[in-house]
Design a protein around this ligand. Structure first.
Ligand SMILES: Cc1cc2nc3c(=O)[nH]c(=O)nc-3n(C[C@H](O)[C@H](O)[C@H](O)COP(=O)(O)O)c2cc1C
Length: 341
């Protein structure tokens, strides 16, 4: 089954440094489906970036949000985390870290801004947007997408009425996008997850995780996927405004340097191991998004200072396959060679 109105090569939404109008527009203009990772953007910025994308291309693009997740404020655990960060703040010559004034953006305001921006598709991760919300978005003409890391999540999203489910395999860079049970309980590889979701669901399944070249795209199609989503490989293209420390660290990393960590955000995510992931290994942390907000000043200062040890180097297991340089359009074309019309 396919989503005929969208092309088969999708760029994953990537919140953070890669949430760039130039990158999303270049993917869509290049024949792929570009998506904006808007989770960390203030509502007004979502509108501005979407307008910038539209000024650069008339091709369709998507916007992605994190579903709100329940979390427990824990000032004692947050202060213990801040005390750990303080050591690295001092190393970089920064003032001691403080409790953040704001932990996350207002989801309802982000969604309102996303609707106003009129993307072709709105995708959700880390939760089930629910039947009422999905129906309302579909009635307004949006294609609505959900993210699953196990079959039960795919079934829940299908029951809520989403148009398609993104199957995020264990290989994927960035945060684990699941929402049922523990993240560690749903570490299923793309090769195993995609066909199980294809069998279980009546709606299209989009493969994500570890796809970095035409071979991966062909494999995703062979497993029954209706499109292939690629994240990490797009971090390396010319239009991606990655800090040079992040880029250099990705270029140097080998397959076995990939790790799953909660150290930066409190939520399980895949990236390249560095001092921060190693030194906080096994340390109890407050719930996401408290560490995410608390570590932001350190991460941003480290990116500026060229110090990759304190940057969240999100990337997937196929990272070493993603070293080709060139434009987003060139990468879309190279990936599309693996997809049979
Ligand atoms: C830097 C980075 C940021 C990401 N941010 C998001 C995000 O904001 N929303 C989301 O749904 N997925 C996010 N992901 C996960 C991707 O959607 C996708 O599952 C993953 O990139 C696919 O695996 P790959 O990196 O091996 O291609 C991110 C991934 C990376 C590498």
């Amino acid at each position: 089954m396919s989503l005929f109105h969208l092309p088969p090569i999708w760029m994953a939404p990537m919140a953070g440094e890669a949430a760039s109008a130039a990158l999303v527009a270049a993917v869509s203009a290049g024949g792929g489906f570009g998506q904006l990772g808007a989770a960390y953007l203030a509502p007004a910025r979502i509108g501005e970036i979407a307008a910038d994308i539209r000024a650069r291309t008339s091709q369709p693009f998507g916007i992605n949000l994190f579903c709100p997740q329940p979390w427990q404020r824990d000032d004692a655990a947050l202060d213990a985390y801040l005390a750990r960060l303080a050591v690295w703040h001092a190393e970089l010559g920064l003032a001691a870290p403080a409790r953040p004034a704001q932990f996350e953006e207002d989801f309802e305001a982000q969604l309102a801004a996303t609707i106003a921006a009129q993307p072709a598709a709105i995708s959700f991760v880390m939760g089930d947007p629910g039947a009422a919300r999905v129906a309302a978005l579909k009635a307004q003409g949006f294609t609505v997408l959900g993210t699953a890391t196990q079959v039960s999540e795919g079934l829940a999203l299908q029951a809520s009425g989403v148009d398609a489910v993104i199957a995020q395999g264990f290989e994927a860079g960035g945060h684990r996008g699941g929402f049922l049970g523990s993240a560690e309980g749903a570490l299923i590889g793309t090769m195993a997850l995609v066909p199980q979701l294809v069998d279980a669901l009546d709606i299209p399944v989009i493969a994500a995780g570890g796809i970095a070249d035409a071979r991966g795209v062909a494999a995703a199609q062979a497993l029954g996927a209706s499109a292939a989503t690629v994240g990490t490989a797009f971090l390396m293209v010319d239009e991606c405004p990655l800090s040079s420390a992040y880029r250099t660290a990705l270029l140097a990393a080998r397959d076995a340097d990939s790790t799953l960590t909660r150290a930066f955000s409190g939520r399980l995510a895949r990236g390249v191991a560095n001092r921060l992931t190693r030194e906080l290994d096994g340390v109890a942390l407050p719930d996401f998004p408290q560490p995410n907000a608390a570590s932001r000043p350190l991460r941003q200062a480290a990116a500026k200072a060229g110090q990759a040890d304190f940057i969240s180097l999100w990337a997937g297991q196929a990272l070493p396959l993603s070293r080709a340089t060139g434009t987003a359009a060139e990468l879309v074309s190279a990936l599309a060679k693996g997809w049979r019309a």
